[in-house]
Design a protein around this ligand. Structure first.
Ligand code: TXA
Ligand code: MG
Length: 306
């Protein structure tokens, strides 16, 4: 069912169902973090590989203690500065959290989404919600409720309808279980933002560290079309173009964004629009890898299979 009432949507969570809901990043597919049967429904609905752990979403700081133990000072600083917001922290999990949610890991990703609908749904559910992005596994994350319908109609209990999401790319993921925070996935909270709070924060360029974020091993964010990086100077009348500057060449579909934030917000919906129109190739103009530009280029490269 479709509803814009978070209290009505929470009834499905309480009865062990799964509910898609908007966050500031992308739409998520939520279930009670303590309900194994409901977590199984999330994996099944998305056709998600069982080795890819889920993020738990909280409405209040107090819920952190239901999920995690031994939260270190660096993690506490990041929480104080960036919650609620597009940042997920990987923490040591409490035994009560089913390993099904964390794909067998003894750590759990936790975030407090910004945005009233997400907050109100979690608060009305009375428990933290595990929520991966509400797409079929491997597809671009949904930034509108219509995109959730496109992928998951008939496979889930309820969609909490909100506006298109503000950020448009998934949260930054940072592992806070070691001596220093390690950036595992780029997002709207940039490395420079993290370092302004915890200067030692490092990146997971090291392949050994990359294995800490199982989701990064899987193909992600892909439309059916092939995705390439290009400057828009060569005609390709069967291809689509998205970027910040109007391309000098001819394309079948062109989207010019006014700034990098709008480009990030529009990327996944543009991918889906190209698929709906049967466009086979998408050219993405490269941007400076500063601020959200780094996350945007990361998603474009991953969509291109690199
Ligand atoms: O913005 C977001 O994070 C969205 C919204 C719905 O909150 N959620 C989202 O979830 O993108 P998902 O499941 O599509 O991506 C979760 C990412 C994966 O790359 C996964 O491997 C990583 O977070 N992750 C989750 N738990 C982890 C853990 N315990 N250790 C390392 N990585 C973890
Ligand atoms: Mg996802």
């Amino acid at each position: 069912m479709l509803t814009s009432d978070p209290v009505a949507a929470a009834e499905f969570i309480k009865r062990g169902g799964v509910v898609a809901f908007p966050t500031e990043t992308v739409y998520g597919l939520g279930a009670n973090v303590f309900d194994e049967a409901a977590i199984r429904k999330v994996f099944n609905a998305k056709q998600r590989p069982a080795d890819n752990p889920l993020i738990a979403h909280i409405a209040e700081i107090g819920q952190l203690n239901d999920l995690a133990i031994n939260i270190n000072p660096a993690a506490n600083k990041l929480i104080a500065n960036f919650f609620p917001g597009p940042l997920t922290l990987v923490l040591n999990k409490r035994a009560a959290v089913p390993v099904l949610a964390t794909a067998g890991l003894d750590t759990i990703g936790v975030r407090m989404p910004a945005g009233d609908l997400a907050h109100d749904l979690i608060a009305a559910s009375g428990v933290p919600l595990v929520a991966p992005s509400a797409n079929l596994s491997g597809r671009p994350s949904p930034t509108t409720w219509q995109a959730v319908v496109e992928d998951l109609d008939g496979r889930i209990d309820c969609i909490l309808q909100g506006a298109a999401t503000e950020v448009g790319l998934e949260s930054t993921v940072v592992d806070c279980t070691g001596e220093v925070p390690v950036l595992l996935r780029l997002g709207a909270v940039a490395l420079s933002d993290l370092r302004s709070v915890v200067s030692e924060t490092t990146t997971a360029d090291d392949p050994h560290l990359q294995s800490r974020s199982p989701g990064l091993r899987h193909k992600h964010y892909s439309p059916r079309a092939s995705v390439t990086v290009c400057d828009g100077r060569n005609n390709d009348e069967k291809a689509a173009f998205i970027g910040l500057k109007k391309p000098s060449a001819k394309f079948a579909l062109v989207r010019v964004c006014s700034d990098v934030e709008e480009y990030a917000r529009s990327l996944f919906e543009f991918f889906r629009e190209c698929d709906r129109r049967g466009i086979g190739k998408i050219c993405c103009e490269p941007v400076d890898e500063a601020g959200i530009g780094a996350a945007l280029m990361d998603r474009i490269r991953r969509a291109g299979g690199r």
